[in-house]
Every structure is written in C-alpha cells, then in structure tokens.
Design a protein around this ligand. Structure first.
Ligand code: UD1
Ligand code: CA
Length: 491
C-alpha cells in the first residue's frame, strides 16, 4: 500500500527507460519553489517518483527540467546506483508534455520500453507501473481480456482512472462498444459530449521505445493551447493500427496530481493515513491514526504506543515497548526498548542519531539536541536541554538543567538549575562528570573541567577547576547574617 520501492511486480528482462516530466511551472502553487520540489511526507514530490521508479530497476531515468531547472537538477544529487543512470535534460521553452518527452529522444534507444511519469504525481506505486510495463514490452504477457496482438508487439499502455469531477483532465475516448481506446482529448479541446466522459488520463503511460519515437516526431501543436500534447500519441498509434490499452486504476490517490497547496495537503493526509494503517497492521498502537505525521522512516518494535500529535522526521527507531507521549517531535533518534518519551519532548539528532537507552525516561518538556547519547535507565526531566553529551547508565538530570559537551558517568545526579558553561565566547570545551557524582542545584561547571568520581558539588557553586574524587566542593559566597536588622521605612 505504501509508496515503497518494492520490486515485486517488476518486469524482468525488459530494458526500461523512465522519463519524468518536471519542467512545468506549477503556477497554481503560487510559490518560488519549483513544484516538484515541494515536500510530501518530508520528501520532494520528485524524489517520491524517482524512488518508486528506481524499484523498477530501469536502465536510466531522464528528468525533464525547465522551470527552476538548476534547483531541480541540484536535487538529483548522487542518484547513481550502479544499474540506473539518472540524468536531466532541459526543456526550454516549455511547449507542452509532448515537447517535454521529445527532449529525451537523443537518449532513448530503439529497444526496450519507455515509461513516462509526471513529477507532480507522487504516490504512484511500483506494482501499478509494472502492470503497465509488461504489456508495453514484446516480452510482456497480455492479461485475460487483452488483445492477443499485445504478445507480439508491445502496446501503448495508458494509466487511466474514473473521476466524478473530471474537469481539467484529458478524457479517454473509446469506440462505441467501449472496448477500443481511440484518443485522449484534452479538456480545453473537448466537446460537451466528450466532457461528460469520466474516464481520464493520469499523465502516465508506457510504450515500446521505437514506436513512441515515431509518434513523438509526428506531433503537431494544432490545438486549443498551441502545445505539443503527449496525449496525441494515442491518435497516432490508433491510426497506424498499433494496439492501445488503458489500465484503469481504482485507487485515485496513486494517480492524483499536485497542482495547488490544497491538493498537496490532501495527498499528504492520504499518505499519512496509509502509513498509519500500515503501522497499526504491524501492531503499533496509535492513539489516533488521524493525528500522526511521519516525515521520513519510522521503524517500530513490538508493543510501541504513540499518543496524539507526534511528528517523526528523518530516521526514527522505537524499540519494543517504547511509549511516546502526546505532542512530541522526534527527528533522527533511536530509542531502545522500554524507554518512555513524555509529552512535549523535542529530540533532534543529526547525521548520527540521538540515542536513548533502554528503560530511559525523557521529558515532559525535554530537549535533546545532536550528539546526545543516553545510556540505560537515564532520566531527563522537564526543561532539561542536552547537546553533544553522553550520559552513562542511571544518570539523572531531572529539572531545569543544561548539559552541553559533557561526558557524564554512571549514576550521576545533576541538580536542578545546573549548567555546563561550555563556551568561552570562541571555543567549546568539555565537562567530565565522573561516576557517582552529585551536582547540587544551581551550579555552574566552567569547562574544561573534571569532577572526580563520587564527588559532591554544593548547591550554588561555580567551579572553574577540576575536583578530586570523593571530595565535597563548595564555591559560593559565605552567608552573612545581621541580627535584629530593620528594613528602611518610608519617610
Ligand atoms: C496532463 C495531460 C492530461 C492528463 C493530466 C493528468 C497532456 C497534454 N495532458 O495535463 O491529459 O489528464 O496531465 O494530470 O499531457 N510539463 C513539462 N513540460 C511542459 C508541460 C508540462 O515538463 O511543457 C510537465 C509538468 O511539469 C507536469 C506534467 O508535465 O509534471 C504535466 O503537465 P501539466 O501542465 O500539469 O499537464 P495537465 O494540464 O495537468
Ligand atoms: Ca497536472
């Protein structure tokens, strides 16, 4: 169900070339960001499409860029994976979807199958695409009811769907018996009778490369928009007696396009709902599947419980029995078995995930920043911030504290209001708090400094020098009392 890169339906033996159209302006997004770089579930629309395409193991992915080309091309980064070559071709100016695919022609050989995808149709699934590729290939098998001709000659295969409100889409015109696809007519070119057709083209097709190249070369722009329509290849195929098939998909989410912020939000919800269902199917207990946001990968062990309104970003792993309270934001973090993350906690790991040890408790209202590693049974309480620090098993910082660039030993108790002064205005320095140290409330540990094992630091101390193991260290102004003191009174 998810937009996985699974290859279960992948058509082996087919030389596949994928063309992704991503040059359009996306005017209706009203954004400076190119449309295909808008994010759904934390990933650019184009990345969804390319990741799904990668599951089909194509020889190449050709991305047609135009509007925001430099940004879109930069986003392709290092997509090389040994088998698939990913390249961008520019379409300037943008003269329509047919013209877009024409830009890929120099890279398309005569052999194999071309699969055309839209960069703004992000939730298409690999299995669906595989079922288009097979009949487009000479190797492909026609499924029951499809023309026998398909087995000798790859068909032009269109992905279509039925929409109660088909306005704006290209309509699938069939022969009077409803069997043969004859043409796709764009909304703006359609007659009233054609506009009543509810079967529409999704923007996705597969075709034998050689035939597609011939049709593309014959496109004209004689239509309402003065564009070269990719959809006109259907008419050309029919005219030359080539088999044309329509694969009708009931799952509209897979073929829904993103043209407006509202459509993007709608698809985001659809993706999140599917993700929530799949987590629950694995046994994860979600307080409310409608109030979960995963913007990356969330892997869960057994008996994981997640309360409402949590956001998971990047790479998050929750071990067996982990509980996450309401309103937490967890990014790049691995939480070991039995740990509890209490409400309103914000955890943000970097390229190395934050580690929360087995049975640890974090929050409510805690903040763990990059480089935090918490051992087993560590307690981090409310309004405690930890950055680039390691806390060994059983260490506790329960209230209102800051630990930055610190190495904290086992069973250390770090008092309320205490902080590491780790920054001298130019450089960061480390604080080492050895095993079994008790740091009282409201202490300042001025780094670099080591508090020796088993030591005690009196409340309110500001330490600038290391202390010996086992020592009690107090560094605060001596109390002075004046007995019988009278406060000034108003004159
Ligand atoms: C297209 C189809 C329509 C179909 C609909 C499904 C055509 C002529 N029409 O219409 O039948 O129902 O998709 O969503 O193909 N693009 C380029 N270069 C261009 C123009 C577009 O790369 O010159 C890209 C866009 O970035 C987008 C995709 O092609 O990713 C579709 O373009 P769009 O303008 O959205 O086509 P629709 O009008 O939606
Ligand atoms: Ca569109």
């Amino acid at each position: 169900m998810l937009n996985s890169a699974g290859s279960s339906g992948f058509a082996p033996g087919v030389e596949l070339h994928v063309v992704v159209m991503a040059a359009g302006k996306g005017t209706r997004m009203k954004s400076a960001v190119p449309k295909v770089l808008h994010r759904l579930a934390g990933r650019a629309l184009l990345d969804h499409v390319l990741d799904t395409a990668a599951g089909l193991k194509p020889l190449q992915c050709i991305v047609v860029t135009g509007h925001g080309a430099a940004e879109v091309e930069a986003s392709l980064g290092a997509r090389e994976d040994g088998r698939t070559t990913t390249r961008a071709v520019r379409q300037e100016p943008q003269l329509g979807t047919g013209h877009a695919v024409q830009q890929a022609l120099p890279h398309l050989p005569d052999d194999g199958v071309v699969l055309v995808l839209s960069g703004d149709v992000p939730l298409i699934e690999a299995d669906t695409l595989a079922s288009l590729i097979a009949p487009a290939s000479r190797l492909g098998r026609a499924s029951a009811g499809e023309a026998d001709a398909v087995q000798s000659e790859g068909a032009l295969v269109l992905l279509t769907m039925d929409l109660p409100n088909p306005a704006g889409y290209g309509r699938i015109v069939r022969s009077s018996d409803g069997q043969q696809v004859q043409a796709i007519i764009e909304h703006k070119d359609a007659t009233e009778a054609q506009r009543a057709i509810t079967e529409v083209y999704s923007g996705i097709l597969a075709a034998p490369s050689a035939a597609l190249k011939t049709w593309l070369a014959a496109l004209t722009n004689d239509n309402a928009q003065g564009e070269y329509y990719l959809t006109d290849v259907v008419r050309l195929a029919v005219a030359s007696g080539h088999p044309v098939l329509a694969h009708r998909l009931a799952d509209v989410v897979q073929v829904a396009g993103v043209n407006t912020p509202a459509q993007l939000a709608e698809l985001e919800r659809a993706w999140q709902q599917r993700h929530a269902q799949s987590l629950m199917a694995q046994g994860v207990r979600l307080a409310d599947p409608a109030r979960l946001d995963v913007r990356g990968t969330l892997r869960c062990g057994q008996d994981v419980e997640i309360d409402v309104n949590c956001v998971f970003e990047g790479d998050v792993v929750l071990g067996d029995g982990v509980r996450v309270g309401a309103h937490c934001v967890l990014k790049n973090v691995h939480v070991a078995a039995g740990a509890a993350i209490h409400p309103f906690t914000h955890i943000e790991g970097g390229s190395a995930p934050v580690q929360v040890g087995a049975g640890a408790t974090v929050g409510p209202f805690a903040r763990l920043r990059p480089g935090t590693v918490l051992g087993a049974q560590v307690h981090i309480g409310n309004f405690v911030e930890v950055k680039n620090s390691t806390l060994a098993a059983g260490a506790k910082a329960n209230h209102l504290a800051y630990l930055g660039d610190a190495t904290v030993g086992e069973r250390v108790n770090y008092g309320a209001g205490s902080i590491t002064a780790n920054y001298d205005g130019a450089n960061k320095h480390r604080t080492v708090i050895e095993d079994d140290v008790h740091v009282g409330s409201n202490c300042v540990l001025v780094a670099p400094i080591t508090v020796g094992a088993g030591g005690t630091v009196g409340a309110g101390s500001t330490l600038t020098k290391s202390t010996a193991p086992g020592a009690l260290t107090v560094a605060r102004g001596k109390a002075m009392s004046v007995t019988g003191y009278k406060r000034p009174s108003k004159a």
